[in-house]
Design a protein around this ligand. Sequence first.
Ligand code: NDP
Length: 500
Amino acid sequence: MTTQTTPKLTRDTLEIPYRHVTTHFIDGAWRESQGQDTIEVTDPATNTVWGSVPVGNEDDVNAAVDAAHAAFTTGPWSKTTPTERAEIMLRIADEIETRATGLSLTNTLENGSPVAETSGAAANAASIFRYFATLVPELEADDVRPFPNGQGESLVRKDPIGVCALIAPWNFPINLMVTKLAPALLAGCTVVMKPASPTPLSFRIIVDAVTAARVPAGVVNYVTGPGRMGDLMVRHPKVAKVAFTGSTPVGRHIAAACGELLRPVTLELGGKSSAIVMEDADLDEMSAKLIRSCMRNTGQTCYISTRILAPASRYDKVVDMVTETIAAAPQGDPLDPATVFGPSANLSQYKSVLEHLESAKAEGARVTTGGKPAQLHDKLAEGLFIQPTVLADVTPEMRVAREEIFGPVITILKYTDPHDAISLANNTEFGLGGIVFGSDQEQTLEVAEAMNTGSVGMNFFASNHAAPFGGRNDSGLGVEYGPEGLAAYLSYKSIHRGLK
Ligand code: NDP
């Protein structure tokens, strides 16, 4: 009898659709860039360059926006019915699923997200398209509203807002762009998209899926290049709406530009979310959920709860269990399906995380596991790995308790009673995620309700395409997902008529 083993993925034999490219996607075709420079794409696990994309210039941005504008004003897209667009979106979902392997591997090589994470990227992207396709009734239902004084009625129309500039970060380069693209397409908008510079290749595969689904030319445009290209998109006179996910400083900059231009904008920014462990929490359950809710994607997820708030009476036990769980999670090659912790996604992130660790030590935090760069071997010896780290005895004024670290680092703070826990959780400029671990459902819900944040989980956290997702305070403006996320791509018009 022969036994079959799954062949181990090696970097040289991977089937990846794109490595070195010189084009942007403009007006229905991959076109040569007008810019002369290139951006190198680096595998953070080996710290080696494996791909490149062009740095576009103003001409590329103008061509992309002009194509989107022509497709919006004269092309068929905004005139199609929501049902017709939803049918195309279902085809896009199917096309994405046929490209799952290329999407997963490209994403992993771009930012070091473990394949255990990226292997779900295509299914998740397809599911977002399928979800928004179910929202056709939101757009097609007749909405006739009588005047309160009976003198007439108003027909409320939901028009597509126009050309949308969509800008995504590097931590989830596929999902965070699809989250914007799918509602924009259902609404009848056309788009110009720009990925983050470290992760420009994976989304090309989604663009191919869109093309294969026969989306008309000009509806979807995709350009690569640095932040300055994003700035040109945001300020372009033919752009009607901006949707951005990334850092709070860049979000503020975009908000200022949009404020000046009176241009609608959705911003999904940083977070510093808390996991409140109640006195009666089941700590085994907390440990089982810890990686997904507090350290997803090597700690590079905006909504995860990286500040654990533990009751004084169980503080040492919580620290022990968190330390044990983090220390036991395998770190290594992100191409290995068993890997939980990969490398930092890029050099600037790697340096920023190490700086945070140094500040924590200097300010008196106690490292219970990890705390420094991880030395891996062979091909991974030069990789950007940092040991998964737990910091205990963290106090609210420490830098690591206030700033988003965006790396494999958990901080644990102590609280005295539930009021203290809530006030510690809310003592942040951010307000994106959060989780409460507790056995008493009523009390767990009460604490969840008291947290000043856009989303919060009870013994569980996952984002739900059907429910609004967004941040409060410095975590952003507006929401994505759900009918509320679709509304951001609509412009309302009331047509009044008098009754005879
Ligand atoms: P940025 O905010 O710098 O980048 C996000 C996107 O915005 C990228 O596509 C970037 O392009 C683009 N961009 C940069 N400058 C401008 C501009 N002036 N106008 C328009 N677009 C612009 O995030 P970073 O990638 O530098 O990450 C820094 C920090 O942000 C992380 O440490 C983390 O704290 C936080 N972050 C939060 C995320 C979230 O999900 N909320 C996601 C990623 C990061 P380019 O890459 O070419 O500069």
